[in-house]
Design a protein around this ligand. Structure first.
Ligand SMILES: Nc1ncnc2c1ncn2[C@@H]1O[C@H](COP(=O)(O)OP(=O)(O)OP(=O)(O)O)[C@@H](O)[C@H]1O
Ligand SMILES: O=c1[nH]c(=O)c2[nH+]cn([C@@H]3O[C@H](COP(=O)(O)O)[C@@H](O)[C@H]3O)c2[nH]1
Ligand SMILES: NC(=O)CC[C@H](N)C(=O)O
Ligand SMILES: [Mg+2]
Length: 506
């Protein structure tokens, strides 16, 4: 087995998942797990994750130096590499030119880690610090145009470091590099087999809920639909689904979701019209975290009210994924944004949560959904965030802005689908920043909002790249939005990857 030590990196759980995908068992442990405890697990290798801190800062998390003397190979990733460098006599500093997102890596020496991979490859990075001098005895194996030490190794001591992230999908040869560590450096054998997620989840839900009743927060997205199906398998008739229209949905979305679900799923569904109360509570609010907390709390209050209508309904099923959990912040991981269903939950709640997908990423959920026989259209539906358009209006949410954004988004969706791009994109949507700019339309001056087009590719939302949409498609979207949506006089395109951007603007 492989121990992954968590320094609070966004991708720490993803490292453990990738190792398991290579059919080696792997466990994520806090970085301050005592070395003795790690030794008792008898790992064949140890991976140090990335993290938000800078290794040279006072109080930054470290490891017991004995870890490097266990005779077990160690791979440091990003913060993990920087920590290894610093603790073993190298030098780490903040760099002038930071790297976030795509970088072109040049392999200088293939060594063990890059064995069998090309001399030049695209990697995904996310760092503001870098190793300026490798520790004595280490060989530098890769660089990028701006960072001279992007990977190093000291195979005779079993020590390896990469400044980029082999665990994310956008790193072209990431899986090969991880496999080289597992199979060449650690000598692991690909023998571990995963447990069946569906069987395991259904049993776990049965144990948790027993004979009580549950309601499921159902959004029309693939996560909550999959969670609902799993819970339905476990407790059958004792499940009622609740769909909340909070007034932050897209054009005609409520009708479409309710209609499709009633037609296809055959589970009882309650449709709650909560538009007024959400919009009332959001009035005057501009801070993104405040919006998220309001939406998170209000959702729960609606669900509590609905549960009171059903005898012995003590559980709330949500389609929470691991990406929602990590971005909301953990003991070691920074809070990037409070997802409404995790970090946005109120402190006091009447209902106990049932979250069968909490440890999974979206691409794993899509596999489960397909296994459960869900329609393709639902399996490949683009994600839509629970707080909806509230986090796509940058500034205060007003009825007027919601209407503008809805209409612009409908045009964008229409064109994306017509061009055959819907399935190829992770998400495509419109954002309305509440700033105004000057334009000229029909020889008259305008002073109106811009609409920003955001379209990205991703597998799991942990990293994303901006989609290279054809110019003629962008032109049609831009023309139609300006011509058809009053209140908009400019269209812009967001060309930021994640990192450094996130997919949503708030
Ligand atoms: N309008 C809504 N009504 C009821 N529950 C909701 C609503 N929006 C979100 N939720 C709950 O919040 C959870 C998280 O939302 P999220 O958008 O991440 O998942 P999803 O909507 O199920 O899938 P997707 O990510 O594909 O949109 C959902 O799984 C669902 O339980
Ligand atoms: O249900 C949700 N509640 C939320 O509060 C929330 N915030 C972001 N998202 C979705 O999560 C994915 C990653 O988002 P970001 O790159 O913007 O952090 C993307 O798919 C986002 O659309 C949310 N989903
Ligand atoms: N992704 C990481 O591990 C980042 C490490 C460190 N915080 C940096 O900025 O360089
Ligand atoms: Mg959703």
């Amino acid at each position: 087995m492989i121990v992954v030590l968590d320094f609070g990196g966004q991708y720490a759980q993803l490292i453990a998942r990738r190792v398991r995908e290579a059919r080696v068992f792997s466990e994520l442990l806090p970085h301050d797990t005592p070395v003795e405890e790690i030794r008792r697990k008898d790992p064949e290798g140890i991976i140090l994750s990335g993290g938000p801190n800078s290794v040279y800062e006072e109080g930054a998390p470290r490891v017991d130096p004995a870890l490097f003397e266990l005779g077990v190979p160690v791979l440091g990733i990003c913060y993990g590499m920087q920590l290894m460098a610093l603790m073993l006599g190298g030098e780490v500093r903040a760099v002038q030119i930071r790297e976030y997102g795509r970088s072109e890596l040049e392999v200088m020496e293939h060594g063990k880690l890059f064995s069998g991979t090309p001399d030049e490859q695209t990697v995904w990075t996310s760092h503001g610090d870098a190793v300026l001098a490798a520790p004595p005895g280490f060989r530098v194996t890769a660089r990028t145009p701006s960072v001279p030490i992007l990977a190093f190794e000291e195979p005779s001591r079993g020590l390896y470091g990469v400044q980029f992230h082999p665990e994310v999908r956008h790193t072209e040869y990431g899986m090969e590099i991880l496999k080289n560590f597992l199979f060449e450096a650690c000598g692991c054998a690909p023998e571990w087999t995963p447990v069946n997620i569906v069987t395991e989840a259904v049993e776990r839900i049965r144990r948790q809920v027993g004979d009580a009743r549950a309601i499921c927060a159902l959004s029309g997205g693939v996560d909550s639909a999959t969670a609902a199906m799993l819970v339905h398998r476990a407790i059958g008739e004792n499940l009622t689904c609740v769909f909340v229209d909070h007034g932050l949905l897209r054009q005609n979305e409520a009708e479409q979701v309710v209609e499709a679900f009633r037609r296809e799923a055959g589970l009882p569904l309650v449709h709650v019209d909560a538009r007024e109360r959400f919009l009332d509570r959001l009035a005057g609010v501009t801070d993104p975290e405040a919006k998220r907390k309001i939406v998170g709390e209000e959702f729960i209050r609606v669900f509590e009210e609905q549960a009171r209508e059903i005898e012995d309904a003590r559980f709330l099923v949500q389609g929470t994924l691991y990406s929602d959990v990590i971005e909301s912040g953990t003991r070691d991981a920074a809070r990037i944004k409070s997802h409404h269903n995790v970090g946005g939950l109120p402190e006091v709640m009447d209902l106990e949560l049932v979250e069968p997908l909490r440890n999974l990423f979206k691409d794993e959920v899509r596999v489960v959904a397909a296994e459960l026989g869900m329609p393709e259209r639902l399996v490949w539906r683009q994600p839509f965030p629970g707080p909806g358009l509230a986090i796509r209006i940058i500034g205060e949410v007003t009825a007027e802005r919601l209407e503008i954004l809805r209409r612009a988004d409908a045009v964008l969706q229409d064109e994306i689908r017509a061009a055959g791009y819907y399935r190829r994109l992770w998400q495509s949507f419109a954002v309305l920043p509440a700033v105004q700019s000057v334009g000229v339309m029909g020889d008259a001056r305008t002073y109106a909002y811009p609409i920003v087009i955001r379209a990205v590719t991703s597998d799991d939302a942990m990293t994303a790249d901006w989609a290279r949409l054809p110019y003629d498609l962008l032109e049609r979207i831009s023309n139609r939005i300006i011509n058809e949506v009053p209140g908009v006089n400019r269209v812009a395109l967001d060309i930021t990857s994640k990192p450094p951007g996130t997919i949503e603007w708030e």
